[in-house]
Design a protein around this ligand. Structure first.
Ligand SMILES: [Mg+2]
Length: 374
């Protein structure tokens, strides 16, 4: 089997958001998002099998032409691993995911079964994105629980961190102990105009959140403050999570060996250097050192592909307790994030999402909504 052609597809119309979206990590002075386009690679082969991946960047897709899609490990090593100079690249993850889609379709198996399944479903957590009024936050969390979510992540990014803490306390009181409560401090983002926490603030917040039974605290400090993160992780019982912007698989070694993160959070798509191969490698590396993996999953235009890739990869490992699922009505909903899918990902009554069971990635795009742009 050989790759014969790669097309870029884009949605004919943008997804228009019902209201401008200013995520917490862009507070206070970021630019609100009002719409996004959906873009994909469509990879053809001489055997008629077609694979799809998220269109992620600048790697020239013509380098796939003539390649056997089954040689995906060589493609990953040459373009994404980060082990040596020059073998990591912006955007190659979208092509790697399309190659895996082809391999699964050729084998007639969903990827997680082809790779060796550990489970067929994964718990998801409702990842909110905005800073709402405290009472609105409480109501939103209770509504997620009523829908069956077992875990919810709140954003901490108010000008006063102690105001963030008050909201977490209110949610814990209203939701009770059964809710798996997660928080993301987003201290590794650019966040124009934000006054970032000191190490002292981060440690004091961590102690207080630990008292509230928070399951994990994400990014209490910039990811390169390894000593600061390790001190917090060693001080509290709560898990410290992070690393979504870590450029390549080989950049995790220091974080893991020096104890910066209890839970590692690579992203299959963002940055372009993980894909399905990289996510599974980080999971194994973490497992050797007793760490968990809860992958970061993008919201917006790449959500469906990132979700599919993450579910397949994480269903093959033992140390993934849950996967991120961005939802924040009215901005992030099935209508805005998943309209391109014939069958959107759905929450099961037990708080999990099933791994798609059709061959390859197991998802089907509504191609009549897309046009070829390259
Ligand atoms: Mg995060």
């Amino acid at each position: 089997m050989q790759v014969t052609r790669v097309e870029t597809l884009r949605s004919k119309e943008p997804v228009i958001l019902p209201e401008p979206w200013l995520p917490a990590w862009n507070q206070p002075n970021g630019t609100p998002v009002t719409q996004w386009y959906l873009t994909f690679y469509k990879v053809y082969t001489d055997e008629g099998i077609i694979g799809y991946g998220p269109h992620t960047g600048y790697v020239n897709p013509s380098r796939l032409i003539g390649m056997d899609p089954c040689h995906v490990e060589a493609f990953w090593d040459a373009n994404m691993s980060g082990r040596r100079a020059g073998n990591s690249g912006q955007g190659a993850a979208g092509l790697e995911i399309a190659l895996w889609d082809i391999i699964g379709k050729a084998a007639g198996l969903p990827l997680y079964k082809l790779l060796g399944a550990y489970t067929d479903r994964l718990m998801v957590y409702a990842a909110t994105s905005r800073l709402l009024e405290p009472q609105e936050t409480v109501e939103q969390v209770l509504s997620f629980m009523a829908q069956g979510y077992k875990a919810v992540k709140l954003r901490l990014h108010r000008p006063d961190p102690w105001a963030d803490l008050d909201v977490v306390r209110m949610v814990r009181e209203a939701a009770g102990d059964e809710l798996v409560l997660l928080v993301d401090a987003n201290q590794n983002n650019v966040s124009p105009g934000y006054r970032f926490w000191s190490r002292q603030t981060a440690l004091r917040m961590a102690r207080a959140l630990d008292e509230l039974g928070v399951y994990f605290m994400e990014e209490p400090l910039p990811r390169n403050d390894v000593e600061g993160l390790a001190e917090i992780a060693a001080t509290v019982d709560m898990f410290i999570a992070g690393g979504e912007h870590t450029p390549t698989v080989y950049d995790w070694r220091e974080y893991i060996t020096r104890g910066a993160f209890d839970i590692v959070q690579p992203d299959a798509v963002m940055g372009g250097n993980y894909g399905i191969t990289g996510l599974r490698r980080v999971a194994q590396l973490a497992d050797y050192f007793g760490r968990l993996i809860v992958p970061h999953v993008l919201t917006g235009g790449h959500f469906v592909m990132d979700m599919a890739a993450s579910l397949h990869a994480m269903a093959t490992v033992e140390n993934c307790p849950m996967v991120e699922f961005g939802i924040d009505p009215p901005v992030l909903t099935a209508e805005t994030s998943q309209s391109i899918l014939k069958q959107p990902f759905q929450l099961e009554p037990d708080g999990t999402v099933r791994v798609p069971d059709a061959p390859g990635l197991g998802i089907e795009l509504q191609e009549d909504m897309l046009e070829v742009v390259g």
